[in-house]
Design a protein around this ligand. Structure first.
Ligand code: GLC
Length: 633
């Protein structure tokens, strides 16, 4: 800690407050952790809240109480878990809404076998805490951070579920919605009722003058359905609402917001959450004259949250949900060599979007360029590699690539988005554009993977040729994610080629929000079909499972980084990891690969089990080649 901080913070006093509140059985270990971590905790906090730290006295006692209350099983996990546990290449992720996957938390318990049949070790359940009445942005407007939503069960159900998942080798990831709470959260109600303490939990403005000045530099998340970043709220004037008007941004300049949210996090950790997805991480700090994204103070907040976790629940990891171009992501992993630890995971959204753009344009150089430029991470951190999720495919992250600023030919994101919406002649995709208005350019694309690759259309038209190609396209995208370093994440239903949910259009409570297109109910009949040879569900499930099994049993996935091999064919992505080579054809035409690329001749394709004599790769095909001793030389 710098001398300036030491002169304002009485660390010995804070240690004593903390130590006094600790129970006997936990005190020694907790104080050792405090001694190791306090300097990074308080330097981050001091930078955020330099005026005073009086608020921290009570807060530290509350943290101690959380440590006292931490269940034995979790304390054991805290002691035994290695720092790099998320680097395990056998960790396969799955993401689902509780209700759409299994009704409620008890229902999820009953589906653990299913998750195991896919080899899942990491489960992200979308928001399940008590959410706003009415519209809640799929639960991302949280009314109570301490209670499971009664529709999904109780806190006791959550504890049982996390225990059962843990015994099945599955870690539960939960959203921690930090940027905003619901307008019916008690803090918001108190603010509306004139309580100054809680008014200070939010950004409120009596007139438009400051909001207008902020707006000059801000982007828009929902430019069509929720334009602007401020909402007029009776009795408060204008409230900062980056997302929907009912999601009120929290004022992290107020240390009481930090204290309250960090305690919410620890209480959830004590219920068995092992990974927190820090929702909308990039937006936490606001500064006039900036885009209010990725600001240094936002990183200080994440560093302070990480230090709190490291003191009170060290087996738990943080994941950044920062949907920003990949160059902006490394700070979210922190700079451990400078004792600035932050998240251990972040979504690789540039890679996800690049794969879709590559598929539409039949250009593998788009994902190859992103793979080549992917920043290195600290040794205990990892990417989350995904094809689809509950949100739209946001095209903003690919802006530099599309403008030809990263060493590849430019491409037209408007075309990609129109193609995925099925608006280009010959496109088999059945997605939809999201938040795209004539005057604000291309924004995002919605749709389940199966619909975007053409499976929905092929099934509707009974078109077997299209079906073949579309299944290959789905497997190709997942193949890329499953062969790369990072945790591959399967979005619920993709493993069975579950299609779009068009029903949202006629449901008044969802019709206004296009992302419901990719939030179908799980089809448990389809899960049974996964065992019937030849069905679409069977082919997709078996295809994914095969790749997962290879990933889990091959040493190259443990040790080797990824390198790109040069190929002259634009649609071919050619990667190497250890003694494995991966070849993907992003086009509708077969590709014959020549060059010193022939090294792979005589290799076994682990996917088909066949010996490959020449790399003549079919449309949308992929090979996972194990080089024999002579070829790998
Ligand atoms: C995240 C979620 C998204 C939600 C937003 C606001 O981006 O993934 O679904 O709308 O945060 O909470």
């Amino acid at each position: 800690m710098s001398a300036a901080i030491e002169s304002t913070i009485d660390l010995a006093k804070l240690r004593s407050i903390f130590g006094t509140a600790l129970a006997e059985g936990v005190a020694n270990a907790a104080l050792v952790r405090f001694d190791n971590i306090a300097s990074r905790l308080f330097s981050a906090l001091h930078q955020l809240y330099p005026e005073n730290m009086i608020w921290a006295d009570q807060w530290l006692s509350q943290i101690a109480e959380c440590i006292n209350a931490r269940p034995e099983q979790l304390k054991r996990l805290d002691l035994s878990r290695s720092a790099d546990w998320l680097k395990n290449p056998k960790l396969i992720g799955y993401s689902a809404y509780v209700d759409r996957f299994a009704g409620n938390l008890q229902g999820v318990q009953e589906k653990i076998d299913y998750l195991q049949s896919l080899g899942i070790g990491y489960l992200h359940l979308l928001p399940f805490l008590t959410m706003r009445e009415g519209d809640s942005d799929g639960g991302f407007a949280v009314k109570d951070y301490e209670q499971v939503d009664p529709r999904f069960g109780s806190n006791a159900d959550l504890i049982v579920l996390t225990e059962q998942l843990r015994s099945a080798g599955i870690s539960l990831c939960s959203d921690l919605v930090l940027n905003h709470c619901a307008d019916d959260h008690v803090w918001a109600i108190a603010a509306r009722n004139g309580d100054q303490l809680y008014r200070d939990f939010f950004y409120t403005f009596s007139d438009r003058s400051l909001p207008d000045r902020y707006e000059q530099h801000l982007g828009q998340v929902f430019p069509v359905t929720a334009p602007g970043n401020f909402s007029a709220i009776e009795s408060l004037g204008w409230v900062w609402t980056t997302f929907y008007p009912y999601q009120w941004d929290l004022n992290w300049r107020n240390p009481h917001v930090f204290a309250a949210m960090s305690l919410n996090m620890l209480r959830l950790a004590n219920m068995g959450i092992e990974i927190f997805r820090l929702d909308s991480t990039a937006y936490l700090w606001k500064q006039l004259g900036t885009s209010c994204m990725n600001l240094p103070q936002t990183h200080r907040i994440v560093q302070a949250l990480r230090a709190v976790i490291d003191i009170a629940a060290p087996s738990v990891a943080l994941k950044a949900e920062a949907i920003v171009p990949m160059e902006q992501l490394p700070p979210y992993f922190g700079s451990p060599e400078n004792h600035q630890h932050e998240c251990k995971l972040a979504y690789h959204s540039s890679l996800m979007a690049a794969c879709w753009a590559g598929l539409v344009t039949q250009r593998a150089d788009i994902p190859a360029n992103v793979i080549a430029r992917t920043p290195d991470l600290p040794s205990d951190s990892n990417w989350l590699n995904y094809v689809r999720c509950h949100d739209d495919i946001g095209w903003g992250v690919l802006s530099a690539e599309a403008h030809g600023q990263t060493g590849i030919e430019s491409f037209d994101l408007g075309y990609v988005s129109d193609y995925l919406a099925g608006h280009i002649i010959g496109s088999p995709a059945r997605g939809a554009s999201f938040q795209t208005a004539a005057d604000n350019g291309v924004h995002g694309s919605n749709g389940m993977t199966a619909a975007l690759v053409g499976i929905d259309l092929a099934l509707a038209n009974n078109d077997s040729m299209l079906l073949e190609q579309s299944i290959d396209r789905l497997l190709l995208l997942y193949g890329v994610m499953l062969c790369l370093p990072g945790i591959p994440l399967i979005y619920m239903g993709d493993e069975l080629a579950l299609g779009n949910d068009e029903s949202f259009r006629s449901d008044p409570s969802r019709a206004n929000e296009g992302r419901w297109l990719q939030r179908p109910m799980m089809d448990w009949v389809l899960t049974k079909q996964r065992n019937d040879r030849g069905t679409v569900a069977n082919r997709v499930f078996a295809g994914l499972k095969k790749m997962i099994d290879i990933r889990c049993s091959n040493l190259s996935f443990i040790d080797a980084g990824v390198s790109l091999k040069n190929v002259s064919q634009l649609p071919v992505l050619f990667l190497q990891r250890g003694n494995l080579q991966f070849v993907f054809n992003f086009s509708a035409q077969p590709q014959l690969i020549r060059l010193g690329q022939t090294k792979s001749i005589g290799s076994i394709d682990l996917l088909s089990g066949q010996l490959i004599d020449s790399i003549d790769i079919p449309a949308y095909g992929q090979y996972w080649l194990q080089m024999n001793d002579t070829t790998s030389a």
